[in-house]
Design a protein around this ligand. Sequence first.
Ligand SMILES: NC(=O)C1=CN([C@@H]2O[C@H](COP(=O)(O)OP(=O)(O)OC[C@H]3O[C@@H](n4cnc5c(N)ncnc54)[C@H](O)[C@@H]3O)[C@@H](O)[C@H]2O)C=CC1
Ligand SMILES: O=C(O)C1=N[C@H](C(=O)O)C[C@H](O)C1
Length: 266
Amino acid sequence: MANIKVIVAGPRGRMGFEAVKLVHNTEHFDLVAVIDRKHDGGNLSDVEGFQGIDAPIFSDIKECFSKVEADVLVDLTTPEVGMYHTETALQYGIRPVVGTTGFTKEDLAKLDALTKEKGLGCIIAPNFAIGAILMMKFSQMAAKYFKDVEIIEMHHDQKLDAPSGTAAKTADLISSVREAKVQGHPSEKETIPGARGADVEGMRIHSVRLPGLVAHQQVLFGSAGELLTVRHDSFNRGSFMSGVKLSVETIMNLDVLVYGLENIIE
Ligand SMILES: NC(=O)C1=CN([C@@H]2O[C@H](COP(=O)(O)OP(=O)(O)OC[C@H]3O[C@@H](n4cnc5c(N)ncnc54)[C@H](O)[C@@H]3O)[C@@H](O)[C@H]2O)C=CC1
Ligand SMILES: O=C(O)C1=N[C@H](C(=O)O)C[C@H](O)C1
């Protein structure tokens, strides 16, 4: 079988850097281009940290897709550009694997329609780490029995979006098995706005941002006389790479939108 031709958007970012190395080091993947805001027209091998990794650099995604033959776009950029890149890839017949977070429900609905129209797969993965996917699934299982839930997500202080994509996805999975419930005291009042966190159907999400952290989440389930805590920690960005690899391989056989890797892991 032919190698899978991959474009990475956001190569100089924390995640993009790891993804470029993964694609470069995987025998059946070819890194055919990168999309970067800087170094337009240059080659990645001339950029500090990427010596020996040959790939043309484009700043304009449409120019890149017009000039370079590719199967998959791996997007690891920002909430502002992630949606534009994803839609553009589908328009050009390229399958998007999207790690970028911050997509709204409206964005997902739009992408669902576009993948159907184009007959192309698209993976939106709020978290590529296998442990995080299990943490979300275990939380969904627990929510059948515990209706009172608080999600605490903790990330490095350079993160742009809050709550994290993982926390939003966790709330989404829990909502699918739990009826909306107002938690806490019915008369509770915040004396400092935001003290009780974001409200998703009565569930609370708290976002912690601190230097030194990578990506961590705990989901707390309380009931009379007991507390269940489901927790996951990513200590480095290598933890996400097996999920990126699986996504690039799997998307070649998909023709629908997949939101969350729990839908493709066996
Ligand atoms: N799904 C997952 O498992 C994970 C997802 N993420 C998400 O991935 C995204 C990136 O995270 P980090 O690498 O930590 O951020 P980062 O800030 O280190 O990297 C983002 C990169 O995108 C680049 N960029 C911005 N606009 C661009 C454009 N128009 N064209 C090309 N490149 C552009 C920036 O120059 C930067 O290098 C975030 O949305 C984050 O939430 C992060 C870790 C794991
Ligand atoms: O920005 C990050 O770092 C991460 N973002 C993703 C999210 O928003 O959930 C995945 C992981 O938590 C790391």
